[in-house]
Ligand binder design. Structure first.
Ligand code: EPZ
Length: 422
């Protein structure tokens, strides 16, 4: 298994291009199942999760070709001959559940494995299933699989009110509703940029959708959808991660393709901590030039609040801030697993339930560390860049799920970082 070696201590200066969003691409790809015509995604990120979704779609009979080194995904689902998403793929990646809504909407039946456990929290899929049931689906849970049928072969429009905001459940319901008979209203829907991107792509394909980006989305079902070409929105979590690199190490980095509207609440916290963020013609420039950052309190919330997917990286910053910060994690119940690893690097972090109290230290020290999820791994790399000495981050396969060419992107800004093949 590969690991990443980081030698910390230096400032970072330079330019980092931000890729298309993993989490947008993972919901855009299943949209191919809604149409017999070709759907092409441009600005796709080159990540192992995207390859897993490719394998899943191919196992169902879709044709998926990665062109231009993987930046373009050309998909066609004219012949879907298998309607079962197998456990072997679904267990690798929870986003696999997103094929359920489209398959059911197009062909009236689908069988999808239940995803099972996850390191950051229980992450059930009950809200996905309830939304589809409200749209008329008959669901039967057997042998670890959801067996779904639409009576008469077609889902019907419904009013679906989500009890809590769920990105994935909103996406599954939105995908399914495009081909349902009649009108669907999704209330308390997620407002994440990935939902807006999905709605825009579906509209290009002929779907009738209004209200994406607000908490009420209205979909008028149509009889068929066509193909199209759609650029994947910028990855706001990769953007936020690289914005933190100069914040932690000092220096100035311009993130190409960065947009303030994608990271509003996060950028406000950086500003409060004393890190400057400015819009440029090409993206966002982030600089920390004067001494330590200040402690700030952070609460994770659904968009437009502070994203849970940047909490671990923000904690890495606050470990060397002047003062005490409290981080509250409100989305996932077990998302502080980076804390014990940061403590091994000399951080002072006290986790109590959904809160972590971080008392900043002058310097972190390098150490061998390991991570149990994607965002935790990158937070340890950021901490390693700011630490004295060497940090080796193991279990890098988590990192490769969501960050393309980390070593190259940070290395181009002066970071001493290399991958050790193992
Ligand atoms: C998406 O996961 C992202 N994944 C996650 O990114 C992200 O952390 C999360 O949204 C929150 O922003 C993808 O887009 C592929 P949710 P998702 O449904 O859709 C509970 C990363 O690092 N819930 O919004 O699975 C759930 O347990 C990843 O890139 C139910 O109770 O998240 C959680 O507490 C990790 N029942 C809350 O809702 C359900 O049926 C929000 O989860 C669904 C969710």
């Amino acid at each position: 298994m590969d690991s990443i070696l980081v030698r910390g201590g230096g400032e970072l200066n330079g330019v980092i291009p931000i890729a298309g969003a993993k989490n947008a691409c993972l919901t855009l790809m299943p949209a191919t199942l809604l149409t017999e015509e070709p759907l092409t995604l441009t600005n796709a990120p080159r990540l192992s999760d995207i390859r897993t979704m490719t394998q899943l779609l191919q196992s169902l009979g879709a044709e998926v070709s990665a062109l231009q080194g993987g930046k373009v995904l050309a998909m066609s689902s004219h012949d879907i001959h298998n309607h079962t998403a197998d456990y072997d793929i679904v267990r690798k990646m929870r986003a696999s559940i997103l094929v359920l809504g489209p398959m059911l909407a197009r062909d009236g039946h689908a069988v999808v494995s239940l995803p099972g456990g996850c390191a950051i929290g229980a992450r059930p899929v009950d809200l996905h299933l309830k939304a589809l049931e409200a749209m008329g689906a008959d669901l039967d849970l057997r042998d670890g699989y959801v067996h779904a049928k639409a009576p008469g072969g077609r889902l019907k429009g419904a009013v679906v009110e989500f009890p809590i905001v769920s990105v994935g459940a909103t996406e599954n319901a939105l995908l399914a509703a495009t081909l349902a008979k009649g009108t669907t209203v999704l209330k308390n829907a997620a407002r994440e940029p990935e939902i807006v991107d999905l709605a825009q792509c579906l509209r290009r394909m002929g779907a009738q959708i209004e209200g994406e980006g607000t908490s009420t989305i209205t979909i008028q079902g149509v009889d068929r959808l066509g193909g199209g070409t759609h650029p994947v929105v910028t990855d706001r979590i990769e953007l936020g991660t690289y914005m933190l690199a100069p914040a932690i190490c000092g220096g100035e980095v311009e993130c190409l393709g960065g947009r303030l509207d994608l990271v509003g609440a996060f950028a406000e916290k950086l500003d409060e901590a004393g890190v400057s963020v400015t819009e440029t013609e090409r993206g966002l420039k982030v600089a920390r030039k004067n001494g330590r950052v200040k402690a700030v309190n952070v609460t994770t919330e659904p968009f437009p609040g502070f994203p849970t997917d940047l909490q671990a990286q923000m904690m890495a910053l606050l470990c060397t801030a002047d003062g005490t910060s409290v981080l509250e994690e409100k989305i996932f119940e077990n998302r502080f697993m980076h804390a014990p690893e940061l403590i091994r690097m000399g951080a002072k972090v006290d986790v109590h339930g959904g809160h972590a109290t971080v008392t900043g230290v002058e310097k972190l020290r390098g150490a061998p560390v390991m991570a149990t999820d994607l965002r935790a791994s990158v937070s340890l790399i950021l901490a390693g860049l700011a630490a004295e000495g060497e940090t080796v981050v193991s279990r890098v396969y988590h990192l490769d799920r969501g960050y393309e060419h980390v070593e190259d992107k940070l290395g181009a800004c002066g970071a001493k970082i290399e991958r050790i093949k193992g």
